[in-house]
Design a protein around this ligand. Structure first.
Ligand SMILES: C[S@@+](CC[C@H](N)C(=O)[O-])C[C@H]1O[C@@H](n2cnc3c(N)ncnc32)[C@H](O)[C@@H]1O
Length: 268
């Protein structure tokens, strides 16, 4: 039985994939690279009758899981599946949007760099990217390649914060300063998240701090080459900055909470 025969068969996306789906425009034709189970493209075409998708995966196992999802929900005519590396099986002009999630930012940069050489990227309107790691590296690549970081969202799921980046061609949004003036923190945490603040930024700061401390512990055991010393210094500087930023945000939050709980004219 398919979703067409049984409308109660609906695919519910969790908060992480919903953040990506929210930025896919109505009627989009999109490629979901690293589609695995194909939950994202299936859910999008179920909710939007005009949308079509190409689910791509480099491994046959995930692609057969994708085929099972697509068949179960009766959307095989609108979700095509391709076994391929990155965007290598997508023709220029074939899709207007690309989504990539559930892999590291370094791998996303590799996929996008390869596609840049093949002209596929020039025909795209938007990229929606959710890197597990190395978001700063991905932001730097996108900006250098002429993409604007139009928006970013932080999503907390199962105790982890995921950053979702919406990139489009053209100038950076006027709400942001020029990337030439972005601080290390803006590259690392995202210029939008830093401007917005809020509880998700505090969770992201804690997460990045933990990542930094783990890397420092790893390097403490390494042989002291010049490169190792350089990396240690870099990590120590990053940790100090993150600790300072976290303290600042926690103080701001405490101040706001105190302000709310004290009445006008009363000592807090
Ligand atoms: C952890 S799953 C993520 C699934 C889904 N996108 C999500 O966010 O839930 C990562 C998938 O990316 C695929 N993958 C990794 N590198 C890839 C590449 N270069 N091209 C296509 N697929 C890739 C893997 O085979 C795997 O199925």
């Amino acid at each position: 039985m398919t979703a067409k025969d049984a409308p109660e068969l609906r695919l519910r996306l969790g908060a992480r994939l919903s953040a990506i789906a929210a930025w896919i425009p109505a009627g989009a034709v999109f490629a979901d690279v690293g589609t695995d189970h194909a939950r994202l493209p299936t859910a999008v075409v179920l909710r939007d009758p005009q949308a079509r998708a190409i689910g791509v995966d480099v491994r046959a196992g995930p692609l057969s899981a994708a085929a099972a999802t697509v068949a179960r929900f009766g959307v095989a005519s609108r979700v095509e599946l391709r076994l391929a590396d990155g965007l290598s099986a997508i023709e220029p002009g074939e899709v207007d949007t690309v989504t990539i999630s559930g892999m590291g930012g370094e791998r996303m940069v590799e996929i996008l760099s390869a596609a840049r050489a093949s002209a596929v990227l020039r025909t795209l309107d938007r990229l929606i990217l959710q890197p597990n790691t190395a978001a700063a590296r991905l932001r730097r690549w996108l900006v250098a390649a002429g993409w604007a970081l139009v928006d970013e969202r932080l999503v907390c799921a199962r105790g982890h914060v995921y950053v979702t980046i919406l990139a489009q061609r053209g100038a950076q949004p006027s709400s942001l300063s020029s990337p030439a003036r972005w601080s290390e923190d803006e590259w690392l945490l995202g210029p939008h998240a830093l401007r917005r603040g809020g509880p998700a930024l505090i969770t992201l700061l804690r997460q990045e701090l933990a990542r930094c401390r783990r890397a420092e512990t790893g390097l403490a055991r390494a042989t002291e080459t010049e490169e190792v010393l350089r990396q240690r210094q870099q990590l120590a500087r990053r940790r100090a900055r993150l600790e300072e930023k976290l303290e600042e945000k926690l103080e701001t939050r405490a101040g706001a909470t105190q302000g709310r709980s004290s009445r006008p004219g009363e000592e807090p």
